[in-house]
Design a protein around this ligand. Structure first.
Ligand code: HGY
Ligand code: MN
Ligand code: MN
Ligand code: MN
Length: 410
């Protein structure tokens, strides 16, 4: 059912388009955690929050958070939001849709005497593409920040600690970001589905049942750089050939576990010259499965297969796990409110799992958390072709508004 005047959707899409201007790479959208584009986007969101009447700041870890008090000061907060960091060559909706929708709902409720405080948040490290971290900015709120993350380095060798100082953050202020029990009344996140189910069901929105567990590692294969023209094939310790065999093993083992996915998304060859046998390869490993036991077993099988390939080829293999998030079931009560709100607005929302991870994984440790998915064209995401319609943005924002109104007893 489309609103005759999808003004909320129009506002949300305008905000998303405005934020999409900030990128670290001309010609494509790349906004990694603590980059100049992240800073510019955070400042834009800060301005929007303040214009909407929220008391807003950029916190020590780089998240932007705005708050309006409820009918009396200091009440537990209902938090709306998502993230503003992106992957490389990203779509513009993954993250900013949830921040924009939260902001618009806060604008719509301005001045209403709510039984809770309302916070809008733009987390900054949900993609974990730049540093070996795991949802670091939302886990800072959940009191799950790991101090070793500060020493992790990006591809250029910059540590998170250095990048945070350059960004204007405060590494020493991160522990104080942990929210106290009872401070959070709930968390609601609108996010694009990043999959084909809603489009196939011809539904604009869906309620998320839970978020898949996820293990990520940085892997290194160490061979011997040597002359491509003079070393016989049987005498090489070729790190790239070994890594290629490992990547195919990742694919094969992932295919063998129902519902699981296993991905080598990035691979770097050193020294990377046409006439040099690769001495070293760094590659990423991302393993997910609906059941945690299956995910852990698959990850272990992949590690064992990589070690066997390395052994056979006379190369070294090392793996450093930097993310190991169990699956999270989202709050049934809050899911039911989202579902009722959607039905009151004429929708028949699907209930569907999330194969992508989200800041809701961290926020679920602080209080009831739920997510609403929005249909995206072809299910495409992590790709500049990612897109949603204004009408669906409007539908989702109205479901979020209706949900908050029900929680507020309005
Ligand atoms: O990788 C993910 O699942 C999310 O997009 N960060
Ligand atoms: Mn996302
Ligand atoms: Mn993403
Ligand atoms: Mn030469």
């Amino acid at each position: 059912m489309t609103e005759p005047n999808p003004r909320l959707g129009a506002r949300v899409m305008a905000l998303i388009d405005d934020l999409a201007r900030h990128t670290d790479e001309p010609g494509r959208l790349t906004r990694l955690y603590l980059s100049p584009a992240h800073r510019a986007t955070a400042e834009a969101v800060l301005g929007l929050m303040r214009a909407a009447g929220l008391a807003a700041r950029i916190d020590a870890a780089g998240s932007v958070v705005g708050r309006i008090e409820g009918r009396e000061p200091g009440l537990p907060a209902l938090v709306l939001g998502s993230h503003i960091d992106s992957v490389v060559d990203a779509g513009r909706y993954d993250g900013p849709l949830g921040v924009a929708a939260g902001l618009v709902v806060a604008e719509e409720l301005r001045g209403m005497p709510l039984p809770f405080a309302l916070e809008v948040v733009a987390f900054g490290d949900e993609e974990n593409v730049r540093f070996p971290t795991s949802l670091s900015t939302s886990k800072a709120w959940a009191g799950q920040y790991r101090s070793e993350w500060l020493e992790g380095c990006d591809a250029a060798g910059t540590s998170l600690r250095e990048a945070l100082a350059q960004f204007g953050g405060d590494p020493d202020g991160i522990p104080a970001l942990a929210r106290r029990p009872g401070e959070i009344a709930g968390y609601l996140e609108i996010h694009i589905e990043q999959g084909p189910a809603l489009e196939a069901a011809v539904q604009p929105v869906g309620v998320v049942s839970g978020i898949v567990g996820l293990t990520r590692a940085r892997c290194t294969v160490t061979g011997e750089a040597n002359h491509a023209g003079t070393v016989p094939m049987g005498m090489r310790r070729d790190a790239l050939a070994a890594a290629a065999e490992m990547a195919l093993a990742v694919e094969r083992l992932g295919e063998g576990v129902p519902g699981a996915v296993a991905t080598v998304g990035s691979l770097t060859v050193v020294p990377g010259a046409v006439n040099v046998i690769a001495g070293r390869v760094d590659f990423s490993l991302d393993v997910r499965a609906p059941e945690d036991a299956d995910r852990r077993a698959l990850f272990a099988a992949i590690q064992a297969e990589c070690r066997a390939i390395a052994q056979r080829r006379g190369v070294g293999f090392a793996s450093e796990t930097f993310m190991d998030n169990p699956a999270v079931a989202l709050d049934p009560g809050l899911r039911a409110v989202l579902d009722r709100a959607a039905r009151r607005l004429g929708h028949a929302p699907l209930l569907l799992p999330s194969g992508a991870t989200h800041d809701a994984v961290a926020m679920a440790a602080l209080g009831p958390s739920a997510m609403l998915f929005v249909r995206c064209r072809g299910g495409i995401s992590h790709n500049p072709a990612e897109s949603i319609t204004l009408e669906d943005a409007d539908a989702a924002t109205r479901v979020l508004l209706e949900t908050v109104r029900e929680l507020a007893g309005l």
